[in-house]
Write a protein that binds this ligand. Sequence first.
Ligand code: SF4
Length: 753
Amino acid sequence: MAFDIDMIKEVYARYPQRIQAARKAVNKPLTLTEKILYAHLSEGEATEAYQRGGSYVDFKPDRVAMQDATAQMALLQFMQAGRDQVAVPSTVHCDHLIQAEVGAAKDLTKAKDKNKEVFDFLASVSNKYGIGFWKPGAGIIHQVVLENYAFPGGMMIGTDSHTPNAGGLGMVAIGVGGADACDVMAGLPWELKFPKLIGVKLTGKMSGWTAAKDVILKVAGILTVKGGTGAIVEYFGDGARSLSATGKGTICNMGAEIGATTSIFGYDDKTAAYLEGTGRADVVALANSIAEHLTGDDEVYANPEKYFDQVIEINLSELEPHVNGPFTPDLAWPISKFAAAVKENGWPAKLEVGLIGSCTNSSYEDISRAASLAKQAVDKKLVAKSEYTITPGSEQVRFTVDRDGFLDTFGKMGGVVLANACGPCIGQWARHGADKQEKNSIITSFNRNFAKRADGNPNTHAFVASPEIVTALAIAGDLTFNPLTDSLTNEEGNQVKLDEPRGLELPPKGFAVEDAGFQAPAADGSKVKIQVSPTSDRLQLLDSFKPWEGTDLKGLKLLIKAKGKCTTDHISMAGPWLRYRGHLDNISNNMLIGAVNAYNDETNKVKNQLTGEYGEVPATQRAYKAAGIGSIVVGDENYGEGSSREHAAMEPRFLGVRAILVKSFARIHETNLKKQGMLALTFDNPADYELVQEDDSIDILGLTTFAPGKGLEVVLNHADGSVDKIKVNHTYNEGQIKWFEAGSALNLIKQGV
Ligand code: SF4
């Protein structure tokens, strides 16, 4: 049904030669990560060794996955690309727009109704362009990808930060913005800074209460939320081979919480068992034929310090269950120390809600182990003291665990099964009473626990743990309960202990599902009509941006001189604006509303040079646009850091900003600006930032001879008649200058370039 065996065959067929070329180029034993990266070079076989953390390299991913919130702009852009079909197998997953309130069936019906036009749009675009469409209720993107598409040695990009989940099956899977997804679907290469490599050696074997989740909770504690930045984390060792494939998926999923580009495990018996269990014995047969390329070289794992940039070792036999939080996933507490931490820090010990499941932790193994505890609670006459919810990651998992009686068991404990969707994990949780903003504690088996993420209440202390620990603590209703050592009082007043959880990696009767929720695209999409209402406030078809007019830019108004941190959140806020992710005009009303104006230290208050009055940034820019006048945004250091969301580049472009001139850029945002046909410029002398005045009219000269490595001139015409001429730099290469000239990278793609 869903995976493309021919594509996998092709990928594997080129492996031996590409690895041989990589060995020659690198001239030392290879990690698994290097094998996969070098096997996916856009140029083909390697001719040079790339510098980790230095070289920018073009890759050719095998697959693209998109979730419903980010797919909207990705597909709107793709529709502009002039292609009949996507160039690589791609899928859309409807999971983020489903709000949890009372339970799966009702919540799903409500969400389908509320988001009908968005779901219809995504379905019709998918149908037209050859994209697999997973309907609302089918499951969460990463679980569905793991069950259907991930394969050892593959490379995929996904428009979601937890795309690395597929690393559990040995795939280099990386989260990106929609513009990158659009490029790859259009057949263009995808650029990535060659990552640094962190090796995690796992020894020993887990037992008892410890779960795979505890590995990543421990790693997060060691590396912190920034420790993996720019790196791929590769797990290896006997301990790694002892973990189930879905357990590995959990670890890779949550690698996003340490900032890692992605995480990965090598191909082994557990990978093969999961592939077989999910109906992919043919992938196993293919993988076995190149198995030596689907794991790192022996020498690398024997002497990891020589081959990785950093090495961490964890003994699974000694690993304690962990609880991480609150408010950050890297505050790691072994369960034996957690109760004391709760008391010392004054965190609310009473546990209000325990939530299990999500893309991170809803495998058969997770659910069966958690259910073994729920069953004990019922058998031992314990009444769960906290609310308890279960979010299955996919319909296949839900159907299977329902068939095997686990959902029934949870029900007896008072559990509520939510829709197969993100729900509370992404703030899609109509939690009653959250608006009162009371201090309270919840614990989840999800991955993120930032303030406000689950229920919007800044005083909700959210902790993350394995589904087993979440379930035990929900039964106790108490964060200070340690199920390894403590007992509970049951309904009859007796002291009872919970036995260690027990579960199975794979269902003995196999997975089953009646309707997985997949919709295959039309064989011939040419007649499929895309449904977008012209009066919609959530979706809007894109128009091409105008090409460069062929002259220097003169008389640009200064829109804002932003001071200090200006992240993509300051440029294009999230929260309530998520609703407009598919409507460029509407979402542009959040443009730069979080940026601090250097002249008054206020946000969203800038001088309109046409009237002399102060107004909101988007309204002021719209006034310039209406008058046919271009503008320029000036910024500080690391402008555009944060997410890869392309809205932060598309909005200024759409509203008529012509250039962004800053002390320095975050690289992904700089590339996004270039892709949208904007001028992304940096001060040659950062001190020149101070020369820019509020009433400036600005010229950008030298565009008619715009060339790589050659600076441009910016003329600041001040209101008092004085003038400052400054040198500005850029990093455009030949191809990117063509994007600027054409008006956007998409315009070029459209021309078949
Ligand atoms: Fe992201 Fe949570 Fe959904 Fe997973 S379940 S894809 S982490 S929002």
